[in-house]
Design a protein around this ligand. Structure first.
Ligand SMILES: [Zn+2]
Length: 259
């Protein structure tokens, strides 16, 4: 029973998670919220983009305080309220290991972490962090991930390098905030956002892209990380099909790849 088992016990990643959800794409974040900084390291640095700074709030959510993007913090408050009702034993054990933090994805030289926009949070259970990349997850996290998913949050357990402590506002939710006028034009434009996959993206959607490129002979490792090798394969594919060879996967390239 969940009530008697330690919440930090490690179990396998549940087979069905994040149904209908995508991690927030770099192109979505950059076009709708702007670039938080001009440069990044592995360490947390301050947000410099003025339009984004205006959207950052500090809020006491009862069990912990967070600093993050206003609509993300509001949504997180509703998620925690739901967890308090549906999984109270997990709720009382939850802690925060940080929300806003402008940095690269750990282990990456190209991916800007979604913590940089304050739309992701890392959680602890009884003060313990789930160890990243071991393919196992704290059992308490499996009890709250469906609740996060219900609210449009993507669970980091699905990343190629499992990151089960990590939850982030999914791509659809970011777009909805934009459509609802909650982002205050931070991205500086109102251009429609295609489903673009670009260098720096990661997650199951990138694995699908790599698998499709391999059908056309790319020979990529399917690691779910859109790095320089994947970009080069996209450019080569686009050239071979007479498409604009920009390394960005938009509707035409998707169609040509058949996904
Ligand atoms: Zn995280």
């Amino acid at each position: 029973m969940p009530e008697t088992r330690p919440l930090t016990d490690l179990v396998a990643i549940p087979p069905v998670i994040n149904v209908g959800l995508n991690a927030a794409r770099q192109s979505t974040m950059l076009s709708l919220l702007g670039n938080p900084r001009n440069n990044y390291t592995d360490d947390c640095q301050a947000v410099e983009h003025p339009g984004l700074k205006r959207l950052i709030v500090l809020k006491d959510l009862g069990i912990f305080k967070v600093r993050g993007l206003a609509p993300a913090v509001d949504s997180l408050e509703r998620v925690l309220g739901d967890i308090r009702v549906r999984a109270p034993h997990v709720h009382q054990a939850l802690g925060s290991a940080g929300m806003l933090c402008a940095r690269l994805v750990r282990g990456s030289a190209t991916s800007i972490s979604n913590h940089s926009w304050g739309t992701a949070i890392d959680l602890t259970l009884n003060g313990e962090l789930d160890r990243r990349g071991d393919g196992k997850v704290q059992v308490g996290l499996t009890q709250i991930s469906p609740i996060f998913n219900d609210h449009g949050w993507f669970w980091g357990a699905a990343f190629r390098t499992e990151d089960a402590m990590h939850f982030e506002a999914g791509d659809g939710m970011i777009r909805k905030w934009h459509a609802d006028g909650l982002l205050g034009g931070a991205g500086g434009g109102t251009a429609p956002v295609d489903d673009l996959l670009t260098m720096g993206d990661r997650g199951p959607e990138v694995s699908t892209l790599q698998t499709r490129l391999n059908v056309f002979g790319a020979g990529l490792e399917v690691d779910g990380v859109f790095g320089t090798g994947t970009r080069a394969a996209v450019v080569a594919f686009q050239r071979s099909k007479g498409l604009t060879a920009d390394g960005v996967v938009g509707p035409k390239t998707r169609e040509a790849l058949g996904f």
